[in-house]
Each structure stands twice: as C-alpha cells, then as structure tokens.
Design a protein. Structure first.
Length: 115
C-alpha cells in the first residue's frame, strides 16, 4: 500500500495550490479518503474526507468555503484544492485511507504560507 502526496511548497497568502494523493495497493474506489494536517507544535487535525462514491463529508470549520476535496477513481487519486490560503494553513498535509484491508497514512507534504 502506498499513499504519495504532492503539490505542497511555499505559497503566498491568498494562493490556491492543489494537493494530490496517489494511492495504490488497495481498492481505492471503495475506500474512504481523508486529508489531515499537522501544524508545528499542534496535534494532527482532520481537514476533510470523501467517500468511495465521491461524496464529501464535513470540513473543519477553519477551511469551510476555501478548501474542496475531490477524487478520480480512474487515477486512484484524491485532491485537495486549497483556496485563499492563510498563514495559519501552514502545516504538513497528510492523506489517510480507510480501506477494507486496513488504514494507511501518507508521508505528508509541507505547505508553508508566507509572503
């Protein structure tokens, strides 16, 4: 099983990067996929998730209206479109899979919002 995140980096406030998480080794289309983030000195927090059928669930209040989760089952990839970034969005963003054969974490991709 592999979850490989990409798309992070240095972003200016107000920027709109898109994170990707490429999955392999399990049935992606039947798995619940989530994004979490961990800011320096803070606990990892849930950001948003999406079901196998592509129905997004709740977003953490701090990103509602700014972030959008989506997925492409044909590419085994889940995305996180991040809009109107703020310095407080700086964190390592992790992909998480809850599959029929286990739960898995990606290594994460760093997003740093700075001017």
């Amino acid at each position: 099983v592999q979850l490989v995140e990409s798309g992070g980096g240095l972003v200016q406030p107000g920027g709109s990067p898109r994170l990707s998480c490429a999955a392999s080794g399990f049935t992606f289309s039947r798995s619940f996929m989530s994004w979490y983030r961990q800011a320096p000195g803070k606990e990892r927090e849930f950001v948003t998730g999406i079901t196998g059928a592509g129905l997004s669930i709740n977003y953490v209040d701090s990103v509602k209206g700014r972030f959008i989760i989506s997925k492409e089952n044909a590419k085994n990839t889940v995305y996180l479109q991040m809009n109107s970034l703020k310095p407080e969005d700086t964190a390592v963003y992790h992909c998480y899979a809850r599959s029929g054969v286990g739960d898995y974490w990606g290594q994460g991709t760093q997003v740093t919002v700075t001017s």
